[in-house]
Design a protein around this ligand. Structure first.
Ligand SMILES: Nc1ncnc2c1ncn2[C@@H]1O[C@H](COP(=O)(O)OP(=O)(O)O)[C@@H](O)[C@H]1O
Ligand SMILES: [Mg+2]
Length: 254
């Protein structure tokens, strides 16, 4: 199953992605984490990994990729970036980092000031996801950049399910309406995960977005915050994460 994790900046997308990956891997599933947020530099640490080489370089780098895409567009064709379909195990080194059952690919990072638009990375993420085949013991988790731009680039097309992380904020509530609309239009199943939410925030958030799509409510965790701050590999057990993984495995939420 391929799952896209989205939400506003700072809501906890990367944190939730890393926690889900760890829990799935502990249960013996093969997990591929796709980091499609070009300005995200913490996720690999939470997974206990070195940052792999940008996957963009596999296709010759950003300039070559743009040329390929433009060339195809001019001819009215869809760009063919991959020659054959891949399983998770087929991703070539050094574009994949491995820690036990967890693998990670980083689509591409912005390394220099003025590198320009991240659109080719979005396009690459879309093609990469469509090209990966998953079996019943595989999960692909896509950590996205903040907001909904990745929807515009079609990154969700190759995914089976969307998880939106909401922190207790007005922005998250507003964005959830937009994401729900986009998912309905794209025919994608959507669940909300409240994060850093408890007490009166919980009541207010449930009142604002309704209960129907809410899969789990993760409270603020000092242990998680400290591990994130220190760039430490996550060794945090959260019953809420176990619940999410359990319902994904049983198929109840997919
Ligand atoms: N449940 C939580 N409890 C405490 N801190 C959290 C929790 N979830 C995330 N954080 C912290 O919130 C900040 C933003 O999280 P992050 O996962 O980087 O967000 P995003 O990827 O959406 O931008 C980080 O400092 C992280 O450690
Ligand atoms: Mg992030």
């Amino acid at each position: 199953m391929k799952i896209l994790v989205c939400g506003k900046g700072g809501s906890g997308k990367s944190t939730v992605t890393a926690l889900l990956a760890k829990s799935m891997a502990d249960k013996g599933y093969n997990v591929l984490v796709v980091d499609s947020d070009e300005s995200n530099f913490g996720l690999h640490r939470q997974l206990g990994l070195e940052l792999p080489e940008d996957f963009m370089n596999f296709l010759g780098g950003k300039k070559t990729l743009i040329e390929k895409m433009m060339g195809a567009m001019k001819k009215g064709e869809k760009p063919e970036l991959f020659e054959e379909n891949w399983n998770i195990a087929d991703i070539p080194r050094p574009y994949v980092a491995t820690n036990g059952n967890i693998k990670m690919v980083s689509v591409g990072k912005i390394h220099d000031f003025g590198e320009g638009c991240a659109c080719p990375m979005g396009a690459l993420a879309k093609h990469f996801l469509k090209n990966i085949s998953t079996g019943s013991r595989d999960f692909v988790l896509v950590d996205t950049e903040a907001g909904v731009e990745h929807f515009g680039r079609g990154v969700e097309e190759g995914c089976d399910l969307i998880l939106m992380v909401l922190d207790p904020s007005y922005e998250s509530i507003r964005l959830s309406e937009k994401v729900a609309e986009l998912c309905d239009r794209a025919g994608k199943k959507l669940h909300f995960i409240f994060n850093k939410v408890d007490g009166s925030g919980r009541t207010a958030m449930l009142g604002a977005v309704g209960e129907e799509r809410v899969l789990s409510i993760i409270p603020p965790s000092d242990e998680l915050f400290q591990a994130g701050l220190a760039g430490r590999e996550f060794e945090v057990f959260l019953p809420e994460i176990e619940f999410i993984v359990g319902s994904l495995i049983s198929g109840e939420s997919s």
